[in-house]
Design a protein around this ligand. Structure first.
Ligand code: ASP
Length: 497
């Protein structure tokens, strides 16, 4: 036992050291840091390799251990209650903070809206596709790190270009994969004109589509695409059926229990390599930021200091003054040991910016180290990784109101309520992958009529805030597992703590 916890402590220190070293390398030796990217990629691949099998195995064993399937209903309701209240609280913290600190007042409105600028479109035969160039003297794009989440609009032609993120943009040129007209048909636009704007791609979020998406057409297709929600639904139903089979179901249940144990072991072994992987992830991302941002990452953070610190302070308040007391009071756990045990998961979340990629580590830390029952953790954590995102929700609200402040759009109480609702929704809808929250922010911005091109201002530092909010997302899931475990035990065994 001594030896075991000694081991995990060493891994933890090594991970911390890797993060510090990653920052130093990324800052001072960005080129060397970029060379280390492969270490991060290997680690990330290994994590993703385990996500799908672990989700299925841990969900199925969790469900079958519930005993009676009627309990699934109460477990589900308690879990949703926890997710919604904590997410709601975090959005409120965000809204209050951003209204008090006013990070957007006095900030210059940096955006890529160039209504009069002349442009030219050039074919890029080698890559396939084309390139939009600003040709007016002194015209340039404010941000250059646009990805395919953005579109460029030719204002005079009403044609949209889908940005190609495999090619490099500069402050005068943006690579385009293809162009579409207002109806979404592919077109070849006129090669010159006036007026361009870059904004977030429109994304229609429909409740019906989400519902349809929950049922996979092909279970392996969902697995291949790391589509976690449909896999959860499948595993839920499958686990429920297994428990109703009696004798015949037993060997199958045992098989999944064995698989679950094996995957847990797998993740424990993988964690020995975590320090190296995390070093690669942190160093390479910072290195990239240092090389692409004018004046480097710190200059950009300083420029955006007020917005940056509003998000960080909000996240800290939620993690320390909301989630930690919830863990202590409702989860009946001492916060520090619990935190120490899940910190490999939190640091992995910080390094990968993905709750889904972190899920194997979260499951291992919560079940094996913090001894939360597999019955609860197996259900609460996979579901939480995709829908319970306190950090993301807080960030969405702060970012949207920040944009409103910069654009001088006054937001009344009613609008703030709409932001509260849509930020919660946008966080639920965001997948557990890097920068997912940035995309679903369209929901929030559109709901209150804010300009989606305002996102350009927060883009350059978003990768870092993404890591911070993902850490809080995973902390929220881990705390939830402990709390719901207590609620479950109280519901099952009367009088026992
Ligand atoms: N990257 C976040 C996560 O995986 C989601 C987001 O806020 O973009 O939890």
């Amino acid at each position: 036992m001594q030896n075991k916890s000694g081991h995990s402590n060493i891994t933890l220190y090594l991970i911390l050291a890797a993060i510090v070293l990653g920052f130093i390398l990324g800052h001072y030796y960005p080129y060397t840091a970029l060379e280390l990217k492969f270490l991060g990629d290997i680690f990330l691949n290994a994590l993703f390799m385990l996500v799908v099998p672990l989700v299925v195995a841990s969900m199925i064993t969790g469900i079958t251990r519930l005993g009676r399937i009627a309990k699934l209903g109460t477990l589900g309701i308690k879990t949703l209650f926890y997710y919604l209240t904590t997410t709601g609280i975090s959005v409120i913290i965000g809204i209050v903070l951003v209204n008090i600190l006013q990070p957007g007042t006095g900030v210059t409105r940096e955006q890529d809206y160039h209504p009069d600028s002349p442009y030219a479109i050039h074919a890029t035969p080698l890559r396939g596709g084309s390139e939009l160039r600003l040709i007016g003297e002194g015209d340039n794009f404010y941000a250059t790190d646009y990805t395919s989440k953005f579109i460029i609009v030719l204002l005079d032609q009403n044609v949209k270009g889908i940005i190609d993120d495999k090619a490099k943009a500069t402050d005068r040129r943006i690579p385009i994969e293809y162009w579409v007209d207002a109806e979404g048909r592919k077109v070849e636009p006129d090669v010159s004109g006036r007026g361009v704007q870059v904004r977030l791609a429109d994304k229609e979020f429909s409740f019906i589509d989400v519902l349809i998406g929950l049922i996979p057409k092909n279970i392996f297709g969902a697995a291949v695409n790391n589509n976690i929600l449909p896999l959860i639904v499948f595993s839920l139903i499958f686990g429920a059926i297994l428990t109703s089979l009696g004798e015949k179901g037993v060997p199958v249940v045992q098989l999944f229990e064995g698989l679950n144990e094996a995957f847990m072991k797998f993740i424990q072994i993988l964690m020995y390599f975590a320090p190296l992987g995390i070093l690669g992830l942190v160093a390479a991302r910072l290195g990239q930021a240092e090389l692409t941002l004018e004046g480097g990452f710190l200059t950009e953070v300083t420029r955006m200091a007020k917005y940056f610190s509003t998000v960080i302070i909000g996240l800290l308040i939620h993690a320390v003054f909301v989630l930690a007391p919830i863990l202590f009071i409702f989860g009946r756990r001492s916060v520090l040991p619990y935190l120490a045990n899940v910190s490999p998961a939190l640091l992995t979340a910080f390094s990968t910016a993905s709750s889904s990629a972190t899920l194997p580590v979260t499951l291992e830390s919560v079940e094996k180290k913090n001894k939360v029952s597999n019955r609860t953790a197996g259900f609460v954590l996979p579901l939480g990784a995709t829908i319970n995102m306190d950090g993301t929700a807080l960030y969405e609200a702060v970012a949207a109101i920040f944009i409103a402040q910069v654009y001088n759009v006054p937001l009344g109480f009613g609008e703030q309520v709409i932001i509260f609702l849509t930020a919660t929704l946008a966080a639920i809808g965001a997948a557990g992958i890097p920068e997912a929250g940035l995309v679903t922010m369209v929901i929030v911005l559109k709901a209150v009529g804010l300009p989606t091109e305002g996102i350009a201002m927060i883009l350059a530092i978003d990768w870092f805030l993404d890591r911070c909010r993902t850490t809080v997302n995973v902390w929220g899931d881990s705390v939830g597992a402990a709390v719901i475990d207590v609620w479950e035990r109280n519901g099952n065994v009367r009088g026992t703590k």
